[in-house]
Design a binder for this molecule. Structure first.
Ligand SMILES: [Fe+2]
Ligand SMILES: [Fe+2]
Length: 321
């Protein structure tokens, strides 16, 4: 069924303002985190650790599996913070500057403020989770984005009216956060602090997903055919490269390398582990945990309604046999 576009002025503006007035994130208590070397609880469900889908998983000792879980949790929130800082905030800010309705503009200001709170919370979470690793560098596992990536992204995110693909990426990622938060919340083994952070994030991201759709609707409606084609190509490339496969330099790859650095007995196995990661997209359960109709049904629904995007929508909806 085709979803109805949200109204021009969202009816949740007041609720949004009221929530923002009392920042629930102030209540995030990091004191229960003992630091990854002592924490015996996972930071994420094991099903969110890519390597757990590989037959090689059984060859890792329990302490190595737990450390890979912690590394995956920390690397993932590094990436979430980067995504919020380099994509979400610039896109929302560019649209805020063009917005005429003061109520919507205020909503967009709060959206940006939310993301700043999240970025700060992620940095503090990682520092509390592994004080040694994050003593100096908040991008210790994933590294800061490269210059070329930064320039391209800065250029496209400053012009979201030409590149609504960027707004769709916001929607898809924020919708997938919902799915992840539910996975984290349902797993009794996950560390309570990490669970609390994911649930606090979920509360904000629920509103952001509504706002993303509100922003997306007029942008798609206004596109000329040439730009639409460009958007379709750009989005198909980005989604295939970054969100539907495990590429070199992604979270799984970086964390496997780090694990082998910390556990020298794994050094000889590292090439095998990295190779195994790149073949995982043929594994149905793993494939479903990336961008799929299980994790981002609303975003795929939007794609299906956008000119030129139906092939990508079909590709993402397909089940791996
Ligand atoms: Fe966020
Ligand atoms: Fe968000």
């Amino acid at each position: 069924m085709t979803p109805t576009p949200p109204p021009r002025v969202p009816n949740w503006v007041e609720a949004h303002a009221a929530r923002h007035a009392q920042n629930a994130w102030d209540g995030l208590d990091l004191s229960a985190l003992q630091g990854a070397s002592s924490d015996t609880r996972p930071y994420l469900p094991m099903s969110l650790v890519a390597l757990s889908y590989s037959p090689l998983w059984g060859q890792l000792r329990p302490e190595e599996q737990l450390r890979l879980n912690h590394l995956t949790g920390m690397a993932s929130i590094e990436l979430v913070g980067q995504f919020e800082a380099t994509l979400v905030i610039p896109v929302v800010d560019a649209l805020r500057k063009k917005e005429n309705d003061p109520r919507v503009r205020a909503c967009l200001e709060r959206f940006i403020a939310d993301e700043r709170i999240h970025i700060n919370a992620w940095t503090r979470m990682n520092q509390a989770s592994d004080p040694t690793l994050y003593a100096e560098n908040p991008h210790a596992l994933m590294g800061a984005p490269g210059t070329m990536a930064q320039v391209t992204r800065r250029w496209a995110t400053a012009r979201p009216w030409h590149f609504p693909a960027m707004v769709w990426l916001m929607l898809a990622n924020e919708e997938r956060f919902h799915w992840m938060a539910h996975q984290v919340a349902q797993d009794p083994a996950v560390h309570p602090t990490w669970k609390q952070a994911y649930l606090l994030h979920l509360a904000d991201e629920l509103r952001h997903v509504e706002m993303d759709q509100h922003l997306l609707a007029p942008l798609w409606a206004r596109q000329n055919p040439l730009l639409m084609k460009l958007n379709a190509r750009l989005l198909t490339h980005l989604v295939r490269r970054h969100f539907c496969a495990l590429q070199k330099g992604g979270v799984a790859d970086h964390t496997a390398c780090r694990l082998a650095l910390e556990f020298p007995r794994l050094q000889p196995m590292l090439p095998q582990l990295r190779l195994a990661l790149r073949t995982l997209h043929g594994q149905p359960d793993f494939r479903a945990s990336l961008f799929s109709s299980q994790t981002i049904p609303t975003a795929i629904d939007w794609l299906g309604r956008m000119p030129g995007m139906q092939p990508l929508a079909r590709e993402l909806s397909e089940k791996v046999p």
